[in-house]
Design a protein around this ligand. Structure first.
Ligand SMILES: C[S@@+](CC[C@H](N)C(=O)[O-])C[C@H]1O[C@@H](n2cnc3c(N)ncnc32)[C@H](O)[C@@H]1O
Length: 269
């Protein structure tokens, strides 16, 4: 459905300049449409001017070198700080946007019995298969996994939400497949860092830097999506560019103390 500028209260239409609202929306619906319309696009923040690839194309090209680039300080360090979850007591976990399987491997180390993974980039899934930590690997979109409802103790997504144009479909799917009392953990690239104009990117073999389509999601967007999905916030962590990070990437000194990643732990009501 397309949306046209203008307002309508009840059944009375109000002309706004040359625009006239032709749909019978309530004020609440009109407000929702307006906030979608005003959703922040990353392109307005970009300072890199790198060419940008679609998500599937980007990760199909990055798959072979992805693990050489990603810092454990970004995500594993935050996962290790979470104290609202007794990982070893969980039986069945789903790794959304599992990529090459870094997070599946970490979950296995936490002694979770059975881990499945979903991702829509075949080249990333092939790398994940080599790790031998997943019971099942599913080639699908995170918003539509086709998995049985309430079948997981834990669902988790790491470093992928900036690639989703909207958060709600992910939160709804995570809530659907997670059992009552189970957890949804999301770890991501901090919106502050993204809004500073540094898009998720990699370097081709030629050395050329390439961005991957990204979207800004504020923390209020997460909270709104979770509220609509029967999820309650248990815990939040933020990761900053600190000494441990700078030892590995000294060139990032200019970002010292900036928040670079976040982790949110939700519980299904
Ligand atoms: C930065 S990688 C993260 C991989 C892994 N979670 C990790 O932390 O190493 C992002 C992954 O998200 C996947 N992805 C992005 N959007 C997706 C979607 N809508 N459905 C399924 N997978 C998606 C990409 O294919 C890619 O493998």
């Amino acid at each position: 459905m397309s949306w046209k500028m203008g307002w309508k209260k009840g059944n009375e239409s109000i002309k706004a300049g040359n625009f006239k609202c032709i749909f019978s929306y309530t004020f609440k619906e009109q407000f929702q449409h307006l906030s979608n319309f005003l959703m922040m696009e990353y392109s307005g923040f970009d300072r890199t001017n790198y060419p940008v690839l679609s998500v599937k194309e980007g990760y199909s090209q990055w798959a072979t070198t992805y693990e050489e680039t990603v810092q454990e300080e970004m995500d594993i360090r935050l996962l290790s700080k979470i104290n609202s979850i007794s990982w070893s007591k969980l039986n069945h976990a789903l790794d959304f946007a599992c990529g090459t399987g870094r997070i599946g491997a970490w979950l296995k180390l936490q002694a979770i019995d059975k881990i499945d993974g979903v991702d829509f980039t075949i080249e990333m899934l092939s790398k994940a298969r080599e790790k031998n930590v997943y019971a099942e690997l599913i080639h699908r979109d995170v918003s539509d996994t086709g998995l049985k409802a309430e079948s997981y103790d834990l669902s988790i997504q790491v470093l992928a939400d900036e690639h989703l144009s909207e958060l709600s479909p992910l939160y709804i799917e995570a809530s659907r497949i997670t059992r009552k009392g189970g957890y949804f953990v999301i770890v991501g690239y901090h919106p502050f860092f993204l809004m500073n104009g540094l898009i998720t990117h990699f370097h081709k073999e030629s050395g050329e830097p390439v961005g991957i389509e990204s979207h800004v999601h504020l923390f209020s967007d997460h909270i709104k999506a979770a509220n609509k999905s029967n999820l309650t916030l248990l815990e939040m962590e933020e990761g900053i560019i600190d000494e441990a990070w700078l030892i590995k990437k000294p060139k990032w000194e200019k970002y010292r103390n900036w928040p670079v990643s976040y982790a949110l732990v939700w519980q299904k009501k």
